[in-house]
Design a protein around this ligand. Structure first.
Ligand code: ADP
Ligand code: ZN
Length: 805
């Protein structure tokens, strides 16, 4: 019989897979999706079989050493989806598989051997090895045994496994079991000191006050490591607070799964007729087809997902529900848990590799039939997948920020097609890309009204250029209207959400007087202010112009707009509303794993009157006692140098407005802006998503941006600025040459510096390609092989980028 060969992918950034010979004894176990142990130089690695019956290689192939899985670890259909992903995004298959599989199943995993107790008495080396294993007792890593016995063991172990004397097992690395407890700092005392008392307490030590306030904001209990690590407090400051009796430092059990004991909320009894229609629309889809569930905020989309999943289960199939971020959507998770109880596996970021691998195995074996999680849960090995739901499908967190740069929505669409599952994309503010696919590729289903016919909250735009402001609030721009609304809401003992989405940089130029913003004449993208050399630059095409001394629209002297952040806002509010209980939610206050949940639980329990936050507070929350939503500055994202800035602003405003008035008390929304005539604001104030989509799609036609065209962003980065710029120029030339040679209808923009010109000490330039998907696919395939890295300068291929920053 002639030799058979298998194609094996390794968890390395290698463009191709490798060919190994299949020893006859392993023949039946080497199948696509199975894990195998293969020699790689002097090491042994766990690889994944991607194909069998591969053609014989040119040079001699080495043997597969072992195949421990009785059944392939990765289902074949899932493997097909991952292969599609690697090809579409130009990512090495090894990295694509690594992104799809839990860490503990592959990559760092190792193979253990354990004697089964079956008595055989082989002679020679096999006998020696078995004796040694029995003497050692228990499972031993094969590498340990090899070292101890000082010879290659795979063949022997394979023979012993065949006769049942030993078993081979692929295991995740030890998960740090010591991590069961952690040191935390807890505030003492039942009543927090008032602002006045605080002033006295911390008169001489502002740092102690900052630490105290921080712990309080984080919910009163914080890991010590987080305070001294990410937040940078000195251990001595913690000790001082402890000595003063203001905090207690002690060991506490680590929170592993905060959802495990969270209350499971039972779903409402019956569907409204609009929900029933939407459900019928989903049920009526052909297998493999998809729909958009376009339902206003508060229209009850979650219950439709639940029912659709329940039907899938009733038909013996499984479901995946994707949410933008698990920590931000505790309510959705508890509703799902309420409906499905033990059928559910919640995949979240606090799981260790081992726990993740356990969840994976339970799904793989069909012991859990519903997977809930963020982006990567799109790869959950659900048995006989019948439904994939993406909640808030417009969210950018569905796009992976590293190789493979996949978008979960597109992977979900392909996976649904391969598995014959139905796809549901839900949102109150669907993306332009998704809406462009209706009605041909996606059926459009609507929930036009809130549950109980509750009205949408009234939205008022406050023009900061003319509105009277509260004296002493300086650059923050605190209008009397918003002030009065906050006071009234607090007086009624209702809750306020305040959104301030201030990103790290706000370096576009805006006239403080009339609001004029400088844009690129060629790209309709705002120009970025540069300090050295001083000037305005377009980060798409490289256009430059000098900084103007006066505003071209109104003639006033121009100052660069200066930003202020949530922190300053919090200080202002604490002074202005001394009796209100404040909480703040942004990246600084939520970098510990479950702090979001703690803060949201305080809001839900009514222990917070005023929640200040970045876009984190705009998502999916359902708090009936929130009757006022204030947007402190709607313009922060409006002129970022990104063609999606209007869309993002619209989505953010519409979503945060949707948090108001979800209960019987109704609600209102106040939006402060210097651009009350901007279409993103106008349509958001009218709750008119379709109006916005219509106007914005027209703007994407010329110059063309998605969905009118498709994009690939080639990001070049490296430590030396000159080299990066040089390489970017080469990349652009390479693209132009390819387009000419193949007569490809493709536009090459740049090279230009990225708006975020330097990240983590790496300079960044980019080249932007525009063209039809088919053409860009071809370029990506070539680029993946030709462009990746040279002399420390890296080229990242970002197909369908969600941001060009
Ligand atoms: P969306 O996700 O569309 O913003 P939700 O799914 O959060 O809306 O639903 C809004 C509120 O309406 C929730 O409190 C939910 O429990 C309630 N709700 C949804 N469907 C029904 C129904 N059929 N009957 C009664 N209440 C419902
Ligand atoms: Zn330009």
């Amino acid at each position: 019989m002639s030799d058979r060969f298998a194609q094996v992918a390794l968890p390395l950034p290698l463009a191709s897979s490798y060919t190994y010979r299949i020893p006859e004894t392993l023949g039946d176990r080497v199948a696509p999706g199975a894990r195998v142990v293969v020699p790689v130089r002097q090491r042994e690695l766990v690889g994944l079989v991607v194909a069998v019956d591969a053609p014989a290689p040119q040079s001699a192939a080495r043997d597969i050493l072992a195949a421990p899985d009785p059944e392939p670890a990765l289902p074949v259909k899932l493997l097909a989806a991952v292969e599609w992903m690697a090809g579409y995004y130009g990512a090495p298959l090894g990295l694509a598989l690594k992104a799809a599989l839990p860490g503990g199943m592959w990559g760092a995993s190792r193979v253990l051997v354990l004697p089964t107790g079956v008595t055989v008495s082989p002679g020679g080396l096999a006998g020696e090895v078995l004796d040694w294993l029995v003497r050692r007792g228990g499972a031993v890593p094969v590498s340990t045994a090899t070292r101890a016995l000082r010879r290659p063991l795979w063949e022997v172990l394979d023979r012993l496994a065949r006769v049942g004397a030993v078993a081979l097992r692929v295991e995740p690395p030890e998960t740090d079991a010591d991590a069961a407890t952690e040191r935390v700092a807890t505030l003492t005392g039942s009543e927090p000191p008032t602002l006045l008392e605080r002033r006295g307490l911390f008169r001489r030590s502002p740092v102690q006050r900052r630490l105290y306030d921080t712990i309080e904001r984080l919910g009163g209990v914080v890991q010590v490591g987080h305070l001294t690590g990410q937040l940078g407090f000195k251990a001595a400051v913690l000790r001082s607070l402890e000595q003063r009796g203001l905090i207690r430092i002690h060991l506490a059990e680590r929170v592993r799964d905060p959802f495990a004991n969270s209350p499971a909320s039972p779903p409402p009894e019956s569907l409204t007729s609009a929900q029933a229609d939407a459900l019928a629309g989903i049920e009526g889809l052909d297998p493999g087809a998809g729909a958009v569930l376009f339902g206003v905020t508060g229209s009850g989309k979650t219950l439709v997902y639940l029912e659709a999943a329940r039907r899938a289960l009733a038909n013996g199939r499984g479901a995946i529900v994707l949410v933008p971020e698990i920590a931000l959507t505790p309510q959705t998770v508890s509703r799902l848990r309420g409906a499905f109880g033990d059928e559910i596996a919640v995949l979240h970021s606090a799981l260790s590799d081992g726990e993740r691998a356990d969840a994976w195995r339970m799904l793989r074996r069909g012991e859990r039939r519903v997977a809930v999680g963020a982006r990567s849960a799109v790869f959950a090995p659900v048995h006989d997948l019948g439904l994939i739901v993406l909640d808030e499908e417009h969210e950018t967190s569905y796009k992976n920020g590293e190789t493979p740069r996949y978008h979960a929505r597109d992977v979900a669409e392909v996976r649904a097609r391969i598995e014959g599952a139905r796809l549901v994309l839900g949102s109150a503010t669907p993306s332009l890309e998704t809406m462009a696919r209706t009605p041909d590729r996606l059926r459009l289903l609507r929930l036009p009204e809130r549950i109980g016919a509750r009205p949408m909250p009234a939205v008022e735009l406050i023009d900061l250029r003319v509105a009277p402001r509260v004296a002493g609030t300086g650059s923050i721009g605190w209008s009397e209207a918003l002030d009065a609304a906050v006071l009234a809401t607090l007086a009624h003992r209702e809750q306020v959400l305040l959104l301030l989405n201030r990103r790290g940089f706000a370096a576009f130029l805006q006239c403080a007087d009339c609001g004029e913003v400088w844009q690129c004449p060629r790209c309709t993208i705002s120009l970025t202010v540069h300090q050295s050399p001083p000037g305005l630059r377009c980060h798409y095409c490289g256009h430059q112009e000098p900084l103007p001394p006066t505003c071209r629209a109104c003639g006033h002297p121009v100052h660069q707009m200066r930003g202020f952040g949530t922190q300053q806002l919090e200080r202002l509010l604490a002074e202005r509303y001394p009796d209100a209980r404040l909480a703040r939610m942004d990246l600084d206050t939520t970098s510990t794993k479950w702090s979001h949940q703690r803060i949201l639980a305080l809001v839900e329990a009514g222990d917070v009157d005023l929640l200040i936050g970045t876009q984190m507070i705009a998502k999916g929350l359902d708090f009936p006692n929130v009757t006022l939503v204030g947007v402190v500055d709607a313009d922060t994202g409006l002129y970022l140098p990104d063609f999606r800035s209007a869309e993002r602003t619209f989505q953010l405003l519409a979503q945060v407005a949707g948090r108001a008035g979800r209960g019987p008390k109704g609600g209102r929304v106040l939006i402060q802006t210097r651009h009350p005539a901007h279409h993103a604001l106008i349509w958001a104030a009218r709750h008119d998503t379709e109006g916005f989509l219509r106007e914005e799609s027209a703007l994407r036609e010329s110059p063309a941006y998605p969905p009118a065209t498709r994009l690939v962003n080639l990001v070049v980065s490296g430590a030396v600025e000159g080299e990066v710029g040089g390489r970017a120029a080469e990349v652009a030339e390479w693209c132009v040459a390819l387009a000419e040679k193949r007569a490809l209808p493709m536009e090459v923009l740049g090279p230009a510096p990225c708006p975020l010109a330097r990240i983590k000490e790496r300079w960044r330039w980019h080249v932007l390609l525009k063209g039809p998907s088919r053409v860009l696919g071809l370029v990506v395939r070539y680029a993946a092989r030709r462009l990746p890295r040279r002399d420390g300068v890296r080229v990242v291929i970002d197909r369908d980028p969600v941001t060009l920053l």
